[in-house]
Design a binder for this molecule. Structure first.
Ligand code: GRF
Length: 217
């Protein structure tokens, strides 16, 4: 049977995209990243996609005065790639309800906090300001309610005494790179079931979608 087709949306560096491509190459994704779409032509992640042999496309948000127009252009590009799954991997535009509804239950986002704490931007700075001792990242299904869709998986990291936003972001990013491929694999293998606001993940002997990362002392 053909592997599920994945379209990844990015805006910048593309390190989460790279983690998906590495997992695919290693046979650990159980899906194929066919297309990568960016809203910025200068996104470094596009080169990562090309090196892997994925198709790339740019839908520049600045070419569309209204968000609805941008969403429609993006939807046309995504539809053309015929995805089974859409992954927002560092995609920094807010998508409207029409776009979100179109890919309902088949669009995942990686967010750099332990949701429902810190939806939105500047998550690492906000966690430090609050004196949080544990921080992390979340993969969730995308709904019209920003950063509040059903949670597929989370990975937690400690906040260390000397952390600043950059050191904390780097620790969380390493956790993102483990979590996102694990969550995408679970989707591709048909192991995710949305039950109300919760997601049941079937068949994980060691739960890769619920991980605790503690750095060596
Ligand atoms: C990640 O921290 C992601 O969670 C956030 O933006 C960052 C993107 O990094 N939404 P990259 O482009 O995947 O390297």
């Amino acid at each position: 049977m053909a592997l599920p087709r994945i379209t990844v949306l990015i805006s910048g560096r593309g390190s989460n995209l790279a983690s998906l491509l590495a997992a695919e190459k290693a046979g650990r994704l159980h899906g194929t990243v066919e297309t990568v779409i960016s809203n910025r032509a200068d996104a470094a992640g596009l080169a990562v996609a090309l090196a892997h042999g994925a198709r790339i496309n740019v839908v520049d948000h600045r070419a569309h005065a209204e968000r609805e127009r941008f969403d429609a252009a993006l939807a046309a590009a995504v539809d053309a790639s015929r995805p089974d799954l859409v992954v927002l991997a560092g995609f920094m535009r807010i998508l409207g309800p029409d776009f979100v509804g179109r890919y309902r239950d088949r669009m995942l986002n990686i967010h750099p906090s332990l949701l429902p704490c810190y939806p939105g931007l500047h998550t690492h700075r906000r966690a430090l300001e609050d004196g949080a001792r544990i921080h992390g990242c979340t993969v969730h299904f995308v709904t019209a309610d920003l950063d509040h869709g059903p949670i597929v998986g989370q990975a937690a990291v400690p906040v260390l005494p000397d952390d600043d936003a950059a050191t904390l972001a780097a620790r969380v990013l390493a956790a993102e790179h483990a979590l996102l491929p694990a969550a995408v694999r679970a989707f591709c293998e048909g192991r995710l079931a949305i039950v109300g606001r919760r997601v049941r993940v079937r068949g994980e002997r060691t739960p890769a979608t619920a991980a605790l990362f503690v750095p060596a002392a």
